[in-house]
Ligand binder design. Structure first.
Ligand code: GLA
Ligand code: ZN
Length: 665
């Protein structure tokens, strides 16, 4: 696979929206900002194929030629994410049927049915043409398949394919009925063709992905849809590889993260992970950091920051401008966590369509004497300087945080005992603990290797598929440290309860059993006592019976006062902590201080700056010091004798708002 030959700086360029006469000037402006890359051909299907089997590559040829002449790294997309109008008219079946059961018409994008043979054929034909035509252009750095896959289809064809998929998974209806526990509410299936897709016309209700009668069915459907879309990706990729076996092929992942698609399952098919990042103005800074760590951990390799905004987006409720220097810090934050590209949406601001108010490198003013452009150009200069040093480095972590798509799906489907369950927010509570201590973290899946980590944290590991409890037991038995919480170990991969007391599959390793769980209602305050400190908690309070575990904290309110809230169990050569409630941040900090001390895990520095480290093959370390705030902060003394790669000077004690340092010796 072709590696990135330099650090890419650029983004989505949509020259087909502009007269050809303007392209040369655009490129000149990009070069002024040290932009060396452009992602093209993302949404051009209607221009490339004005009618079936009639292709017109004249515009794309010219764009490719101009960018190649200027030695740009081209990120070549396949244009299959937005279908032309004629296609919907000719083949209505290629449009998705939504959660409400409605077949879509022409409009929007990302709305194809993954089972439609017409969509598959048309996409295949287009990609064949594109790959054949451009595969030997050495300026193509990466192939960008489709765009932001996602969205479920509930059409008849998908239903038919789903039945086949289930037959393959369960072999017999008896197995399927058992897996879905179908004797509840008379759901027993006697014939494969009785199976109905779980949308609002079937077993689901409420917002998509939140409410269902048979979670086993709904989760299987999500697994199936994710796999169907993945097959489309693989189909396009295999065509590109046929023409260029060395090509590097990706598709851009997105959202917080995307609930429709199991990125961990997709990762093995990506040559390089790419990610679109648009944190809201009021999102905590640890949220993008978590997502970058997740993206890097998908392949344990650097990733592409495929999209981000140079100034503001248009589609969030409020999109304030990034403050002076904030853009640089937000882009470097991705690099600090493993990005080997900085790419924007968009390079040139559109004059029409719903995204015309989305920020861009070339704005509507078309002037370069603007704050946003100066900042883009300034960042370009810096990346040009530091890029070659950063490109061959990677991040390393001794701590892993589990994030698992089946859990993401199943935890949010839980009906009861509190409506406030949210997988992301529980996982983020723990990520924040590591983030604030500057402890490097890999955000891994349940199939990753645990043995390389000192500590594995698995908050709300609700669904434990078969084999996973043995894997955890084995890891702890061999000296691993493990943290889990309330609502863990509850169900198998089909969402059926492990009987014998919660946390079912994790009872042995935690050395406890939970008899009942209380839902903490709004306004209610539950306290716990931990080494003489009063802790506050909420959401859920587990009523715990320690077996072999020792009690670390006890509730100090409610009828369960004086019973355990936090425990630790010695298991083989390792230890497993069980945290029976959602502790408020400051309270959890106290618990984690103690756990981390016992695990001998410490951060890169004790500081309210964000600090990460990337290392090259020779163990040379680059410390990224990020002031992700509007206030001046202090650099820890231990870094004062390092040099900043950006300025080539020793750093000051005072770190300016949004300042970024890359320190090395
Ligand atoms: C997504 C898409 C882009 C564009 C941006 C706007 O990430 O991939 O085409 O719509 O959002 O933020
Ligand atoms: Zn469909």
């Amino acid at each position: 696979m072709k590696e990135l030959s330099r650090f890419l700086y650029g983004g989505d360029y949509n020259p087909e929206q502009w007269p050809e006469s303007t392209w040369a000037k655009d490129i000149e402006v990009f070069e002024k900002a040290d932009i060396n890359s452009a992602s093209i051909n993302i949404f051009s299907w209607a221009l490339l194929e004005p009618e079936e089997n009639k292709y017109d590559f004249s515009k794309l040829d010219k764009i490719v030629e101009e960018l190649s002449e200027h030695n740009f790294e081209i990120v070549m997309a396949t244009s299959t994410a937005a279908m032309p109008a004629w296609m919907f008219k000719k083949y209505p079946d290629l449009a998705r049927v939504d959660y409400q059961g409605r077949r879509h018409k022409f409009g929007q994008r990302h709305n194809f049915c993954p089972s439609s043979s017409n969509y598959q054929r048309l996409a295949k034909n287009l990609v064949e043409k594109i790959a054949k035509r451009y595969h030997d252009n050495s300026h193509i750095a990466v192939w960008h398949v489709n765009n932001e896959y996602g969205g479920n289809c509930y059409c008849e064809k998908c239903q038919e394919e789903f039945r086949k998929w289930l037959k393959n998974r369960y072999k017999t209806l008896d197995n399927l009925n058992k897996a879905w526990n179908n004797n509840v509410w008379s759901h027993t299936i006697y014939n494969w063709d009785e199976i109905v897709v779980p949308n609002e016309l079937g077993d689901a209700w409420g917002e998509e992905g939140t409410k269902t009668i048979v979670a086993g069915l709904s989760i299987d459907y999500l697994r199936f849809q994710s796999e169907k879309l993945q097959n489309l990706f693989k189909m396009e990729k295999s065509i590109i590889k046929k023409y260029d076996p060395d090509a590097s092929v990706t598709t851009n992942f997105h959202s917080l993260p995307n609930k429709m698609i199991d990125y961990q399952k997709w990762a093995k098919d990506q040559d390089i992970i790419s990610y679109d990042s648009y944190p809201a103005y009021n999102a905590p800074k640890y949220l993008p950091a978590f997502l970058y760590d997740l993206m890097r951990s998908l392949k344990h390799q650097p990733f592409m920051l495929m999209e981000s905004t140079p100034s503001q987006v248009n589609w969030q409720a409020y999109s304030p401008l990034k403050r002076p220097s904030e853009m640089e810090a937000t882009e470097f934050q991705a690099v600090a966590h493993g990005a080997n590209t900085v790419q924007f949406f968009q390079l040139k601001q559109a004059i029409g369509g719903s995204e015309k108010y989305h920020g861009a490198v070339i704005s509507h003013s078309q002037k370069t004497d603007t704050r946003a452009f100066r900042e883009v150009a300034d960042l370009g200069k810096k990346l040009k300087k530091v890029g070659p040093k950063i490109l061959p480095t990677n991040n390393h972590a001794q701590v892993a945080l589990l994030f698992d798509w089946s859990n993401f799906w199943s935890y949010d489907f839980v009906d009861g005992i509190s409506q406030d369950f949210n997988y992301m927010s529980e996982v983020l509570d723990y990520y924040r603990q590591f983030y604030e201590r500057n402890i490097p973290v890999d955000v891994i899946g349940v199939d990753d290797d645990f043995s390389q980590y000192n500590l594995v944290a698995a908050p709300v590991l609700y669904m434990v598929k078969s084999g996973l409890n043995e894997k955890i037991n084995n890891y702890v038995n061999h000296g691993g440290k493990f943290i889990t919480t309330f609502m863990s170990g509850m169900v198998n991969e089909s969402d059926n309860i492990y009987i014998g007391g919660y946390p079912g599959a994790l009872k042995d390793v935690t050395g406890i059993w939970v008899e009942e769980s209380d839902a903490v209602v709004p306004g209610q305050e539950i306290t716990a006592d931990f080494d003489g400190n009063e802790l506050e908690c909420g959401l859920i309070c587990d009523l715990i019976h320690p077996q072999s575990a020792r009690v670390l904290a006890k509730y100090s309110s409610e009828f369960y006062a004086d019973t355990p809230a936090v425990t630790v169990n010695d298991y083989g050569h390792g230890k497993a902590w069980y945290i029976g409630s959602k502790f408020k941040h400051d309270s959890l900090t106290k618990i984690m201080d103690k756990i981390l001390e016992e695990c001998k895990v410490s951060g890169l520095a004790n500081s309210n700056l964000e600090i990460t480290c990337r290392e090259d093959q020779d163990d040379k370390k680059y410390y990224f010091i990020l002031n992700m705030s509007n206030e001046i902060k202090e650099l820890p003394n231990k870094f004062l004798n390092y040099q900043d790669l950006i300025t080539e000077k020793f750093p000051n004690k005072k770190v300016r708002p949004w300042q970024v340092l890359i320190l090395n010796k």
